[in-house]
Design a protein around this ligand. Structure first.
Ligand SMILES: NC(=O)c1ccc[n+]([C@@H]2O[C@H](COP(=O)([O-])OP(=O)(O)OC[C@H]3O[C@@H](n4cnc5c(N)ncnc54)[C@H](O)[C@@H]3O)[C@@H](O)[C@H]2O)c1
Length: 356
């Protein structure tokens, strides 16, 4: 591409959130020939602090707005003429979806439909080089017992309001691809961990509580199993799929890395004792078992071999290394943690884990 040719304009939604900020950073830094527009409503989960290192890049623009606002979305499509969308904006926390399902239906289902209608309207008849990339979760496949894996052809069986809303949005993307020939694809990823994750999710929650000597709340007996992927590796996978994936296709993304919750917390306690110079076993004493989450899925495990064999992606680091890098990041970014765990978060935390 010569420097005279028009820049490819990519709309990333939810770019101020955990995964979105890693995707925005990767694309802004790696592709000077792209202009990245980050559209985010800045809910409790969105934070422009996450993008401080790219905010002044000449190929980056922040747009504050709501994906459910049809008029606004139509306006930015008219103004900027996006060539592609990477859609990450969502309500993303299962516990919050049990407290307030309607917010999940509105943002995840309606918001995705609004974006799809916008591309349908604005790309009409001109789909060459265009792509709607929908970022989804492995939770749409339901829950596994001790063996078996989710593949791209596993039937959907969502079981929480969060996973049901994500499943609905996946169906809409595939329906618009099939019915209106909108170039689109979906990827379904397992649990992410890494820097910049809001401390309501397991790993940063535990790190933060260990730092402050607070109890480590574990649902049930901690036997639930999840596959974990380093967020930077998810961003790398999105890059590969965005450039090489086939329209109409689905790609599972996973870490080939299953852990029981209790084993992760035990490992974290050990790493934290070392990092904080505390005698071994100190942090583990903080472990507290709490009443299980309603409808808690037992096991998610993803088979990411299609992505590996067809597109050549695989995780770049081991879980132990990624976890240590994550701990280091949280320990040297305590101000970030303090600034985002606002009063509203404290109240939520109390409701969730300490009784009302
Ligand atoms: N975190 C995981 O482990 C994981 C795993 C697989 C898939 N996913 C999916 O990846 C995406 C990103 O997840 P995350 O963990 O980074 O979430 P997050 O909660 O950290 O970030 C979501 C972002 O979306 C923004 N947002 C919310 N509602 C919006 C609206 N109406 N309009 C515009 N912006 C809005 C928020 O402000 C926030 O910046 C989600 O679609 C999620 O379902 C997450």
């Amino acid at each position: 591409m010569s420097h005279m040719s028009a820049q490819k304009k990519i709309l990333v939604t939810g770019g101020a959130g955990f995964i979105g900020s890693h995707v925005v950073r990767l694309f802004v830094q790696k592709y000077p020939a792209y202009h990245i527009y980050n559209l985010d409503k800045l809910t409790y989960a969105g934070n422009l602090e996450n993008l401080k290192d790219v905010e002044s890049a000449s190929n980056y623009t922040f747009l504050k707005g709501d994906i459910t606002d049809h008029g606004y979305i139509d306006g930015i499509f008219k103004a900027h003429g996006f060539d592609a969308v990477i859609h990450l904006a969502a309500e993303s926390h299962v516990d919050r979806s049990i407290e307030n399902p309607m917010e999940f239906v509105t943002t995840n289902v309606l918001g995705t439909a609004v974006l799809l209608n916008a591309v349908r309207e604005h790309w009409k008849g001109q789909t060459e080089g265009k792509l709607f990339y929908h970022v989804s979760t492995d939770e749409v496949y339901g829950s596994l017992s001790d063996d078996g894996f989710f593949t791209e052809t596993t039937p959907y069986d969502p079981r929480s309001p969060y996973s049901a809303s994500k499943a609905s949005s996946d169906h809409l993307v595939r329906a618009y691809n099939h019915t209106f020939h909108i170039p689109a694809l979906v990827s379904n990823c397992s649990n992410n961990y890494g820097s910049h994750q809001f401390p309501e999710k397991l790993i940063p929650l535990m790190i933060n509580n260990i730092v402050h000597n607070k109890p480590l709340p574990i649902y049930g007996k901690g036997e639930n199993v999840r596959d974990w992927l380093w967020v930077n590796d998810h961003a790398r996978a999105i890059d590969v799929i965005f450039h090489k994936g086939k329209s109409g296709d689905t790609y599972n993304i996973g870490g080939f890395n299953e852990w029981k919750n209790i084993d992760i917390v035990t490992l974290l306690c050990k790493v934290m004792d070392q990092k904080l110079g505390r005698p071994e076993g100190t942090s583990a004493e903080l472990v507290t078992f709490v009443k299980d989450r309603a409808g808690h899925d037992f096991r998610y495990a993803i088979d990411a071999n299609k992505l590996k064999t067809e597109l050549g992606w695989e995780p770049s680091i081991t879980f132990e290394k990624g976890l240590e890098a994550t701990v280091d990041w949280y320990l040297s970014n305590q101000e970030w943690v303090a600034s985002i765990t606002s009063g509203a978060y404290q109240q939520y935390y109390q409701q969730q884990y300490e009784g009302r």
